[in-house]
Every structure is written in structure tokens, then in C-alpha cells.
Write a new protein. Structure first.
Length: 265
């Protein structure tokens, strides 16, 4: 499959950073048995991966702004383009030797996501999308699941991190959704949850307390796979509000209605 010059830039950057993460992941598995533990090592791995991604992307597209989990926002002279990058989405999984994490790269042009990549270096699954051109995993086209009943749906969610608050509110939402669906899952990577919705592996996904780099690529993947994305209030303010819901049109409407009835704002 032929890819655009833009996607080639993103794929090259992701694969270069992934080689480092794969090596570091092997070391993390060894460090699990140590008393000190791998936390400091993983922080360094995260920063190295972001540096690699930033250097590759900004070398290929000089002037674009860059928003990264580790380094924050770097303003470029080109105000119409912004990279949103999470070098290691699923850090806790990585920290514990769980092979479910991803590099996430999204490109925004004049306020609209136009290119996306989510790559799990361990499974070697690369999810990509460009606006108006569809979504793919390893060159196979993606479509969201076609289920129409909540009772048949498998749903992914997030869990509040320790110290962030919102646990009581989440329990209210969790209980309301759990009563209606076939199963709930918590995988620990927002980027991969959204990619799995795009691939039809998950029917619905919702999570609160996210950052722009967690969601940017996944938003476009879902939409280019025929799905729908909103914040938990049903509007398009995911970045501003820090929460997201995704699925096919029917199930997303049902999920939003359930969340609204809980009264959690």
C-alpha cells in the first residue's frame, strides 16, 4: 500500500522511537525483580522516545508546533499545524512489563485533526488515518463495529488515577453502564482503546481526565473508520473538557444518554 509523504514521515518517526522502547521494555521486565523497581528507568525511556519523535517530526516538517506529554508545548512559526504526541501511552503497563502500550501521533491543521498514527511496538500493529482517506491497521481497512444493542456491546473505560479525584463519580458511571452492556474492559491505554474502537474490537469507549495527546490520533482513527466521537456531554470539546466517548452512531447516543442520567458533570 502506498502512503502519503506525511504518513511516511510519521511512520518513520514512530518506528525509530519504537526500537528504543522495545529495547527498554526488555530491560523493564528484568528490573521487575529488583527492590528499587523500574520507575526511574521508564521515565527516562519515555523522555528518550519523545525526543526522538520530536526531532524526526520537526526535521521533516520544520515550523510546525509540537505538543508532547513530557516536554509540553513548543510553538513553531507555522501556527496552522500542531503535532500532538504521546511517546508512551500506557506507561503503567510498560512499567509492569505488560505488553500493551503505544506511540501516538496526531497532526492538527487549523483546528482539525488531519493525520493520525497509533503504534504498539510489541504487537507491531500500526493504526493510521488521514482525513477523508479512511483508517487502516497494517494496511487493512478499518470499520467500527455495527452492533446496535448495548446488551451486546463490549465497552472500554478509564479509571481515575490515584490522587486525581473523581473516583466516586466514576463508580456512579461505571455502575450505570455495567448494568446495560455485555462487558466492561480497562486496558490502560487511551490511544489503543480508540484504535480498537476503530477496528471494531471494542464497541464503545469513554474516559475522563485525559490530555490532548491521549486522544488526538484516536479521534481521527475512529471517525475515519465510520465512527463518532464526542466529549461526555455530546459536544466536540474533547480537548477543552478532557473527556471523550466513541463508538458507532447508535451506541454512542445510548452511552451519552446513560452518562447524562447519572448526573455526573
Amino acid at each position: 500500500m502506498q502512503h502519503s509523504a506525511l504518513l511516511n514521515v510519521m511512520m518513520k518517526a514512530a518506528r525509530k522511537a519504537a526500537r528504543q522502547l522495545n529495547r527498554d521494555f526488555g530491560e523493564v521486565e528484568k528490573l521487575q525483580v529488583s527492590i528499587k523497581g523500574p520507575a526511574n528507568f521508564v521515565t527516562a525511556a519515555d523522555r528518550k522516545a519523545e525526543q526522538t519523535l520530536r526531532e524526526e517530526l520537526m526535521s521533516a516538517r520544520p515550523g510546525y508546533s509540537f505538543v508532547g506529554e513530557e516536554g509540553g508545548r513548543i510553538e513553531g512559526p507555522d501556527k496552522s499545524h500542531t503535532w500532538y504526541v504521546d511517546p508512551l501511552d500506557g506507561t503503567t503497563n510498560f512499567l509492569h512489563g505488560i505488553p500493551h502500550f503505544a506511540i501516538s501521533i496526531g497532526l492538527e491543521r487549523e483546528g482539525t485533526m488531519v493525520a493520525a498514527l497509533v503504534y504498539n511496538p510489541i504487537s507491531d500493529e500500526m493504526f493510521i488515518a488521514e482525513k477523508g482517506k479512511g483508517a487502516f491497521v497494517n494496511d487493512q481497512r478499518l470499520r467500527v463495529a455495527g452492533r446496535r444493542s448495548m446488551e451486546d456491546a463490549v465497552v472500554a473505560c478509564g479509571l481515575p488515577h490515584r490522587g486525581r479525584g473523581g473516583l466516586a463519580e466514576f463508580r456512579t458511571e461505571f455502575a450505570a453502564v455495567q448494568e446495560r452492556v455485555a462487558g466492561l474492559r480497562r486496558f490502560g491505554s487511551a490511544a489503543l482503546d480508540l484504535a480498537f474502537v476503530a477496528a471494531g474490537r471494542l464497541d464503545i469507549y469513554w474516559e475522563r481526565n485525559l490530555q490532548s495527546w491521549d486522544m488526538a490520533a484516536g479521534i481521527l482513527l475512529v471517525r475515519e473508520a465510520g465512527g463518532f466521537v464526542s466529549d461526555c456531554d455530546g459536544t466536540d470539546a474533547m480537548f477543552a473538557k478532557g473527556h471523550i466517548c466513541a463508538g458507532n452512531e447508535t451506541l454512542l447516543k445510548d452511552l451519552l444518554a446513560i452518562l447524562k442520567r447519572t448526573g455526573v458533570a
